[in-house]
Write a protein that binds this ligand. Structure first.
Ligand SMILES: [Fe+2]
Length: 135
């Protein structure tokens, strides 16, 4: 029997083998899941009880995230983002409906709320991001 885990980047289930492969990328910048020029840095990954991960997202000039939903089959997927550094121009976070939103904080259901980051026109953008799932 294969024990499955939540995949913080792929938003699907993972095997332990896949989990450890991901854990080996700890503290290493990786291309973001959408592959549109942004990067993610895994700070913490918890596969147990309430699976969650903590990331830093880096958006260099020219990067963006197109509108999408992060589906987690059979789970509710929550994300809490803290803006560390905003771009000089562009890089606006847009979502259809946040649970809470302010200039620096965005809390939303990424599985049901379409969200995006507009193109970074000038400068760079950094976000501290915590994502978790609940059944
Ligand atoms: Fe997303």
């Amino acid at each position: 029997m294969q024990f499955r885990l939540w995949a913080p980047f792929m938003i699907s289930n993972l095997s332990w083998k896949e989990f450890w492969a991901m854990a080996r990328t700890w503290l290493q910048w990786k291309e973001g899941r959408q592959k549109t020029g942004y990067d993610s840095l895994l700070l913490f990954l918890n596969p147990f009880l309430v699976p969650f991960h903590v990331l830093i997202l880096r958006f260099p000039e020219g990067s963006r995230i197109p509108p999408h939903k992060d589906r987690a089959k059979g789970f509710r997927h929550y994300r809490l983002n803290f803006l560390i550094k905003s771009a000089k121009k562009g890089g606006q976070f847009i979502t259809e409906g946040s649970i809470y939103q302010s200039k620096y904080v965005n809390f939303f259901r990424s599985d049901i709320c379409k969200h995006e980051v507009t193109k970074i026109e000038e400068g760079s953008r950094y976000v501290f991001s915590i994502g978790w799932i609940l059944s």
